[in-house]
Design a protein around this ligand. Sequence first.
Ligand code: ZN
Ligand code: ZN
Ligand code: ZN
Ligand code: ZN
Length: 243
Amino acid sequence: MAKEMAIDNKLKGASQLQKKYIVLSEDDIRARQEQAITEVSSMLSTSRASACIVLRHFNWDVNEVHDSWFADEEKVRKTTGWLKIPVVSDPSLNDNKRLRITCQICFDDYPCNRMFGASCGHLFCRTCLQTYIAMSIKDGSGCLFLRCPEGECSAIVGDELFDALATYDDKLKYCWYLVRSYVKKDVKWCPASDCKYAVEFVADADDSCDVLCECGHSFCWKCTMDAHHPVDCNSVSTAPRVV
Ligand SMILES: [Zn+2]
Ligand SMILES: [Zn+2]
Ligand SMILES: [Zn+2]
Ligand SMILES: [Zn+2]
């Protein structure tokens, strides 16, 4: 019996040694994001879309969201652009859906029911907001934090507007940026070009942090340069590159 246990422990030790890191696919990351969104939306009693906005600002760290929110809700709302109440609200818009108002980008008039805007209440015509959104997606992952086009307004544009106004291809890009925004203390994306895997380091960083990604690329998890064990990270970054 004791012998069996000893063998068991030895095997356990061996498998733990091997398991220094886990390669995460896009689906794994999405599942983790969904889990975090569920936790935060119930913690703050809010919609999944709002929970997602807050999480991406706090590097998907549920504890950090919790601590920041309960320490200073106003500050979190300000930095994330998640407004509590609209900056402008015109009750007559609800009474008369065909009331014409001026788009503050192109200065043409449109019926208010054909205009779009974020939670702040500033309204713009479809074409102008569509162009604004398309340009931000083209510029890169900053689109995840895009603010209302009205002057100093800090309201975040948010997923619903992207969903309503972006083209199919742009929506795919936006979703990918959202997945890639999942960067944590122990999770890094594989640096190989076009690779869609991330690597989670589960062991304490010891002398070798070389990991092998599913794509076949081998890199040092600590500095993300090509695998370089047993040379340490500092020596690699200062050594002359052999081309
Ligand atoms: Zn316009
Ligand atoms: Zn606004
Ligand atoms: Zn890879
Ligand atoms: Zn390194």
